[in-house]
Structure formats: C-alpha cells, structure tokens
Design a protein around this ligand. Structure first.
Ligand code: SF4
Ligand code: SF4
Length: 181
C-alpha cells in the first residue's frame, strides 16, 4: 500500500487538482466585494440550459431511480436516453439545448436528488479560479454576485469550493486523468 505522503507527492507530480486548495487569500483577489460573496438562486434555469455535460455518480443514479419510482425496465430506458458516455466512473449526460431533467416550468424534475455538480453550483473551483471566470459565471447566473443574495464569508466560500473539489474527485476512478468542475 502506498503511504499518504508518497501518494501526495505522486498526485502533485501528476498535476492532481485535489491539492490545489482554494484559499481565502486567493478569493480576496477574485471576489469584487473582497470580504464577502453574495449568492441567491433565482430559479432562472440558465445553468441547466445550453450544451454541456452533467455528471451523475452511481449513487446519484440509484437515488434518481428511487425518487422517480422506476422499475428496472423503465430505469434502463431512462439511462439509455439520458447517458451518452461513461467517464472516470461517472455517467455523463451531454446536454444539447437543455438538461433532460429541466421541465416545462423551468424546474429540475429531480431537484431533491440532483447530482453534486448541480447542488454545489456556483461553489465550483472553476467559478473562483479568477475574477474573469467569476464575472463570466455572473453574466449567466443572476444569483451570483446579486446584491439581494445571501452573504457568504470568504472562509465559507473556500470551504464549500474545497468540499466540491474533494467530493467530486473522490468518486473518480481514473486517478491519472481527473476532471474538474
Ligand atoms: S443560473 Fe444561477 S440563478 Fe439561475 S437557476 Fe442556476 S444557480 Fe439559480
Ligand atoms: S439535473 Fe436538474 S439541476 Fe442539474 S442540470 Fe439537470 S435540470 Fe439542472
């Protein structure tokens, strides 16, 4: 078994983003308000539209099956429509115009069991990588940097972003080629 220090050295040498933690100091240069970040979801559905990928873990898929009350046959049919690829242990939904689960009322049909990628947004490493990235996210997401949003301290933001990073990576089986959100 490889020891944790050796594993860490190996991961750093492989460019593993697990160890590139988001710090409060970094966030000070990214968040315009410098000591707090405001966010409140307006339910506009923008983040569920457009071309992109939604990553579902095995656990997410099981939760969706239970939540929708699907038997094996109907669940298999859903998977066939929903999933276009399997990468790093995740089931990948390549969205076209909108996510398959976005309903006509602009709501997520599986909201209570939506995957981590969705429930953690916008607290993603990529959102807070730079001021330009954050402003780009805010252009599409009216809840991000909204004056009406709930105030989060930079420490809270750092903790949430790092938790997203850890939990999203933890389920990836291909440790040589990790992907991030
Ligand atoms: S784009 Fe932002 S405000 Fe709109 S639904 Fe997504 S998180 Fe909420
Ligand atoms: S699973 Fe739900 S929250 Fe996630 S992209 Fe699809 S519709 Fe949006």
């Amino acid at each position: 078994m490889i020891s944790e220090p050796l594993r860490k050295i190996w991961r750093i040498s492989m460019g593993d983003p697990y160890f590139e933690t988001t710090t409060v100091q970094h966030l000070k240069s990214v968040v315009p308000d410098s000591d707090q970040f405001r966010f409140r979801c307006t339910g506009c559905g923008n983040c569920c539209r457009g071309p992109g990928s939604v990553y579902f873990s095995d656990e997410d898929m099981q939760n969706i099956q239970s939540f929708l009350g699907l038997n094996r046959t109907r669940f298999a049919a859903l998977k066939q429509r929903l999933i276009q690829a399997r990468e790093n242990g995740y089931h990948v939904h390549r969205t076209g115009g909108a996510c398959y689960f976005l309903d006509q009322d602009n709501r997520c049909a599986i909201y209570p069991v939506r995957p981590l990628q969705c429930s953690s947004f916008p607290f993603w490493p990529s959102t807070f990588a730079s001021r330009a990235e954050l402003e780009e996210v805010a252009d599409d997401c009216p809840g991000t940097l909204s004056k009406a949003g709930e105030a989060h301290s930079l420490l809270q933001v750092a903790r949430r972003v790092n938790r997203t990073r850890r939990e999203f990576i933890a389920k990836q089986t291909n440790q040589n080629k990790l992907f991030m959100i």
